[in-house]
Design a protein around this ligand. Structure first.
Ligand code: FES
Ligand code: FES
Length: 172
């Protein structure tokens, strides 16, 4: 067998589960997941801020974990399950975190919001945040230039409280 080095513009076929649907695409080896989503698949809800892993605007869920999509090569995503902001709602029913952000007015310009929401959804699932301080700390990878932080923490606290209520009801 002859091995050859891939050139950056060589195309590779991958299959991903994107917001619950199988998607097959051909990508070159230099394309990031962020650019695949925005430029090839027209899912522009995921935002490009720094493009260097510093701002969190590009956060998506990969197999349920929050990740900066600007730091992931698309070719590495073969077989992975990816959820973007467009995939959080169930039909017309917003995800509880989306509802909470609206109810708490947790944005101004909204540019960071998709990344904040995806990150917050994963944070609640992780279950490591038990105070406002811990929420702030664990959301520190998501920068908001408008400074909507207090309202973002309010929204996340609301969802965490809602979840605790549901668990209590289920246990009774
Ligand atoms: S655009 Fe990915 S972290 Fe800033
Ligand atoms: S709402 Fe404007 S950057 Fe966060």
């Amino acid at each position: 067998m002859t091995l050859r080095t891939l050139a950056p513009d060589d195309k590779i076929g991958i299959t991903i589960s994107l917001n619950g649907r199988p998607v097959q695409v051909e990508v070159d080896t230099a394309t990031t997941l962020l650019d695949l989503l925005r430029n090839h698949l027209a899912l522009t809800g995921t935002k490009k801020g720094c493009d260097h892993g510093q701002c969190g605007a590009c956060t998506v869920l990969i197999d349920g974990e929050r990740m900066n999509s600007c730091l992931k090569l698309a070719v590495m995503m073969d077989g992975r399950e990816i959820t973007t902001i467009e995939g959080l709602a169930e039909g017309d029913e917003l995800h509880p975190m989306q509802r909470a952000f609206i109810e708490r007015d947790a944005f101004q310009c909204g540019y960071c919001t998709p990344g904040q929401i995806c990150s917050a959804v994963a944070l609640v699932e992780e279950g490591h945040a038990h105070s406002r301080e811990q929420i702030r700390e664990l959301m520190s990878g998501n920068i908001c230039r408008c400074g909507a932080y207090p309202n973002i923490v309010d929204a996340i606290e609301d969802v965490m409280a809602e979840r605790r209520g549901q668990f209590r009801e289920a246990a009774e």
